[in-house]
Ligand binder design. Structure first.
Ligand code: PXP
Length: 256
């Protein structure tokens, strides 16, 4: 099982202030040090989080491999070909959505046309290809017909299911989709909405060889890093030259 870490939301925090921190390039290095098998980024057409500078620098610095998520649109494929990632995952993209809401609609002939054209260009350049799809038999069959190397099963409905029965039904749907993918000689990945609480049953499914997880890991990183981040800022503030300690406001350093 490979764990790819999606660092888009490190860039989301940066873009909230249009500044230069936190830098997703540095986050990628730390994710790799933590054991990530690869780094996933989604360069959206509206550049709402990851931008062209990030893509350029990540291409130079990521040591594991980049899974590049992109819309099936010629200008995005041009960028993918320049980047030459280990893997490109085609995803549906709508400007108004908060996050990728569903898999590619491969029942639609125009979508199949755009996806097929993008796959051929990526394939010709030697890039491994994956299609982000809902865990439905038809979508798997169409992904295989289109000639993708892999599919990424959308786990959002599993993640959002309420109650044990609904969760179990969504898990069965994922299990069946994974089995069908293997029957069709597709490598099977999964992702979206996976968290520290809900990932185990998905990671335990047969045939799934890669997980893509972003939001939950970035969220946890904010919390597990908060204590240290505040302590460091406090040390800087307290060490300001000429600062007179306020009576009653001083706390001994931890560990004394
Ligand atoms: N896989 C795909 C195709 C995605 O679009 C996303 C979200 O950017 C993810 C995985 C990761 O989802 P999450 O951030 O919910 O872990």
């Amino acid at each position: 099982m490979r764990l790819y870490i999606n660092i888009d939301h490190v860039a989301t925090v940066r873009q909230a202030r249009r500044t230069d921190e936190p830098d997703p390039v540095r986050a990628a290095v730390l994710a790799e040090l933590g054991g990530a098998d690869g780094i996933t980024i989604h360069l959206r057409e509206d550049r709402r989080h990851i931008n062209d500078r990030d893509v350029r620098l990540l291409a130079e610095t990521v040591r594991t491999g980049i899974n590049f998520e992109l819309a099936a649109a010629a200008p995005m494929v041009d960028i993918a070909l320049r980047l030459a990632p280990v893997q490109a995952t085609l995803v549906p993209e709508k400007r108004e959505e908060v996050t990728t809401e569903g898999g590619l609609d491969l029942a639609s002939a125009p979508v199949r046309g755009a996806v097929g054209a993008s796959l051929r260009r990526l394939e010709a350049a030697g890039v491994r290809t994956s299609l982000f799809i809902d865990p439905d038999p038809d979508a798997l069959d169409r992904a295989a017909e289109l000639g993708a190397h892999a599919v990424e099963l959308h786990t959002g409905e599993y993640a959002n299911a309420s109650g044990d029965a609904e969760k179990a039904a969504e898990l069965t749907r994922l299990a069946n989709a994974a089995a069908r993918g293997r029957e069709r000689s597709l490598a099977v990945h999964a992702g979206h909405g996976l968290t520290y609480e809900n990932v185990i049953p998905v990671a335990a499914l047969p045939h799934i060889e890669e997980l893509n997880i972003g939001h939950s890991v970035v969220s946890r990183a904010v919390l597990v890093g908060m204590e240290r981040a505040v302590r460091e800022m406090k040390e800087i503030v307290l060490a300001a030259p000429g600062r007179v300690p306020e009576p009653g406001r001083w706390l001994p350093p931890m560990g004394c």
